[in-house]
Ligand binder design. Structure first.
Ligand code: GLA
Length: 396
């Protein structure tokens, strides 16, 4: 609670007073994420290792007696509303659909929600591959659950699945489970190893000698969604072809590097390379967890670098901007390793850094990156933060 009752929440309370009569009674937050390693593995039933960011989407709200949801987006300076009994896709206010989709997903789970009056805003950079959408969905879930007195009755992994369903089925984006899962279940100073098949998860302490720096390329991600769907199809094709000789496999998660090499002749070249990324990336995630446990940060960095190369050369989801960002980060002593993070084609890169070298990395990025790309980047430092939560607000 104390962490949620900060300046940002107090500003939202002010805005609430301006838009609705009276006081909000609850606050909810859902963080963005950065993935340390395990890219394009979640929809292949594999492993991922993200951390939640100290940046979130936050609601202050008050339950209503009816089923109306009335919202003010402080970021867009826009109002929006809907009726929980008449949820329908809104073509004019796209942000409203994440909230409607989440509400629908919770009701489909058999929960009866009450309406709310709410003001919300986020400081997760939008459209940058840091999962501002998942942050909005998961924060919405906690706002609605808290408002209807049902906070705590659904387990975290299930909330993540319901949020993913909202994004897949209502918003219409074909994402995996990683972003919603880490936004829900992240923990301060920890990365989360998620088994995207069983949804088992393990907290992995972040060593104190490791800091994270995020470089936002601010480059267009217009290719991202079509390429994402194409990569998913290629992976499915790989599984279907490999099943001829490996009938026990259900996803690329079940295929070892040896099995893939032994059956390479069955696969078209593009499919082979996509599969090689996924299979090797799963192995790198588990090796990273081991190296973190042993405090071997040089090894973690090497695995991150290898992940980037695999995403660039085998999975073909990097871009000149991302490669330039990664090069700039790695040019500084004190950088253990750096890689693109998220779906790719723009968005952000993440570097694992010796504490004290964050500013040097930022300086190198601001110095080198614009010269080559003509784009002005942004650099953020972050620590692993807690996942989503809600809390009552003190009454005035
Ligand atoms: C996006 C998706 C995730 C995941 C990553 C790639 O962030 O939302 O589910 O597939 O891309 O690792």
């Amino acid at each position: 609670m104390s962490t949620l009752y900060d300046e940002r929440t107090q500003e939202l309370i002010q805005q609430f007073r301006q838009h609705f009569d009276g006081e909000p009674t609850l606050v909810s937050a859902g963080p963005g994420r950065v993935n340390l390693i395990g890219e394009h593995t979640d929809y292949n039933d594999g492993f991922v290792l993200p951390v939640a960011l100290k940046r979130d989407v936050r609601f202050v709200l008050r339950p209503r007696a009816d089923r109306q949801v009335r919202l003010y987006s402080a970021e867009f300076g826009e109002e929006g509303s809907f009726d929980l009994d008449a949820i329908a896709f809104n073509r004019d206010k796209l942000w409203l659909n994440y909230i409607q989709g989440m509400a629908q997903s919770l009701e489909q789970e058999g929960l009866r929600l009450t309406g709310i009056d709410a003001v919300f805003s986020g400081n997760v950079p939008r459209g940058s591959g840091l999962s501002s959408s998942a942050a909005l969905e998961v924060s919405t879930a906690h706002a609605l659950l808290a408002a209807s007195g049902q906070e705590g009755i659904i387990a975290g992994p299930r909330i993540a699945q319901l949020a993913q369903r909202a994004e897949n089925k209502f918003v219409g984006v074909n994402c995996g489970i990683m972003d919603q899962f880490i936004s829900e279940l992240g923990r301060e100073n920890h990365a989360l190893l998620i088994d995207c098949r069983s949804l088992d998860y393990t907290l992995v302490p972040m060593p104190e000698e490791a800091a994270l720096v995020i470089g936002n390329t601010r480059a267009s991600r217009s290719l991202a969604s079509s390429a994402y769907n194409e990569r998913r199809r290629e992976c499915e094709e790989g599984v279907a072809l490999l099943q001829q000789v490996l009938p026990g496999i259900a996803a690329l998660r079940d295929v070892s590097s040896e099995q893939l090499e032994a059956n390479r002749h069955l696969l078209p070249e593009n499919v082979y390379y996509r599969c090689r990324h996924v299979v090797s990336e799963n192995e790198r995630v588990l090796a990273t967890v081991e190296a973190l446990r042993q405090g071997d940060l040089a090894e973690v960095g090497a695995l991150m670098n290898a992940s980037h190369a695999s995403l660039r050369d085998d999975y073909l989801v990097s871009s000149p901007a991302l490669d330039t960002m990664v090069d700039a980060m790695r040019s500084v002593e004190g950088c253990y390793g750096a890689r693109l993070t998220g779906a790719g084609f723009g968005g952000c890169a993440v570097a694992l850094v010796k504490p004290g070298y964050e500013q040097a990395i930022a300086d190198a990025v601001y110095e080198q990156y614009p010269k080559i790309t003509s784009i002005w980047p942004e650099v953020y430092t972050t620590k692993a933060a807690d996942g989503a939560q809600s809390a009552p607000l003190p009454s005035v």
